[in-house]
Design a protein around this ligand. Structure first.
Ligand SMILES: Cc1ncc(COP(=O)(O)O)c(C=O)c1O
Length: 380
């Protein structure tokens, strides 16, 4: 049998590669973005109790209504923004499925989609498998600032969508209100859809505020927000997330959603809905992760790595240019094998694999793991 791959340039993701290497060499795994401590017992108990009380059959296609109500209340509380629970919120199998489904619902062959590099790795394949064309805009270390004149020059009549992500994986930077206003200005009076990947909305540091698209009236009416309970509640393996959008956009989304997953794990949805009734479950996250970031940074302050403190997400990028000139993928593999610590090289998220000598470390780890990581990083 012969077939031509629809994604000829896609191989195994760097996350799989580095995690496999970390396991093979028994290295500390600070590569992939997941916690190495348990999800809250109370939440686990609520999911168990949902199973024991009969939430074991298909959830409604758009998601458990109690969960959609809890999400709607959260947007009202945090941003004063209204999303109708029945028409404007859909529960998804993680943010990844939401992103894929949004792109499939709107992108036709030759449509252009602007993304900012370094970019989370699921955006580009979703665009390309649907025949779209990725228009990358490269941001540079250490500040990853957007040049809005460059964005303006890349927008054309073919631009169908712009994908944004703040707080940003992998750089740990955030977009300011000025960035959002620039985006709003450039897209007003266009048909451009914004996909705003806000999976780290509750992980933002030093008293800064998350700038959600929903707080900018013109952006809101053209935007999808994607979110992930795995990131918020420390259980990435459950793969439950959601998206919000005005009802006209959401009704197109659901046409695809109902045929690519139909509905999502029901007991987890019910358990999360009950858990979210206490808003501290998500509002306490900033402080929890800021302590981890600060611990990690204090432990590596005497190392040869250079850094600017992460402003959001649970990632810290470290510049190793004072240590070696080695290509970042090779250096990350070398550190895993020889120093027993795994990270993610940033070049894999960049345009043309551009190497700026930067590695990404995940600090969603126990303090014990962070202390061990600090000891290793100071020896390099
Ligand atoms: C920026 C970003 N978007 C989306 C996702 C995917 O989230 P989920 O695990 O809910 O599919 C991740 C996961 O690492 C991410 O970092």
């Amino acid at each position: 049998m012969q077939h031509t791959s629809k994604l000829p340039n896609v191989g195994t993701t760097i996350f799989t590669v580095m995690t496999a290497l970390a396991n093979e060499y028994n290295a500390l795994n600070l590569s992939q973005g997941f916690p190495n401590y348990p999800s809250a017992q109370k939440l686990n108990d609520l999911v168990n109790s949902a199973m024991n009380s009969g939430y074991n059959q298909y959830a409604p296609m758009a998601g458990n209504l109690e969960l959609r109500l809890a999400i709607s209340n959260k947007y009202q509380l945090l941003y004063g923004s209204t999303y109708h629970p029945e028409k404007e919120i859909t529960i998804t199998a993680g943010a990844t499925q939401a992103i894929y489904t949004i792109v499939s619902a709107f992108i036709r062959p030759n449509d252009e989609v602007i993304i900012f590099k370094p970019a989370y790795d699921c955006y580009q394949p979703a665009i390309e498998i649907n025949g779209g064309k990725t228009i990358p805009i490269q941001l540079s270390a250490p500040d990853y600032k957007v040049d809005w004149n460059e964005v303006a020059s890349k927008i054309s009549s073919k631009t169908k969508m712009i994908i944004i992500n703040s707080p940003h994986n992998p750089s740990g930077t955030i977009w300011s209100k000025t960035d959002m206003l620039q985006l709003q200005k450039l897209t007003s009076n266009t048909n451009i859809i914004i996909l705003s990947d806000e999976v780290y909305e509750h992980i933002i540091f030093d008293g800064k505020e998350h700038q959600s698209v929903c707080t900018f009236q013109d952006l809101k009416q053209r935007s999808f927000i994607t979110a992930s309970f795995g990131k918020t509640f420390h259980n990435t393996g459950w793969k439950v997330g959601y998206c919000c959008a005005p009802k006209k956009l959401m009704s197109e989304f659901r046409k695809v959603h109902q045929f690519n997953v139909f509905s999502v794990n029901h007991p987890a949805q019910k358990g999360i809905a009950d858990y979210m009734s206490d808003k501290e479950t998500y509002l306490g996250l900033n402080q929890f992760f800021q302590q981890k970031r600060d611990l990690f940074l204090s432990l590596i302050s005497k190392s040869k790595f250079k850094y600017k403190p992460s402003q959001g997400t649970y990632f810290q990028v470290l510049d190793y240019s004072e240590i070696t000139n080695q290509y970042d993928v090779d250096f990350a593999k070398f550190l895993t094998k020889e120093f027993k610590i795994a990270s993610i090289p940033l070049s894999v998220f960049n345009k043309d694999d551009n190497d700026e000598k930067v590695l990404r470390f995940c600090f969603a780890k126990t303090d014990e793991t962070l202390v061990k990581a600090g000891e290793i990083l100071c020896k390099i």
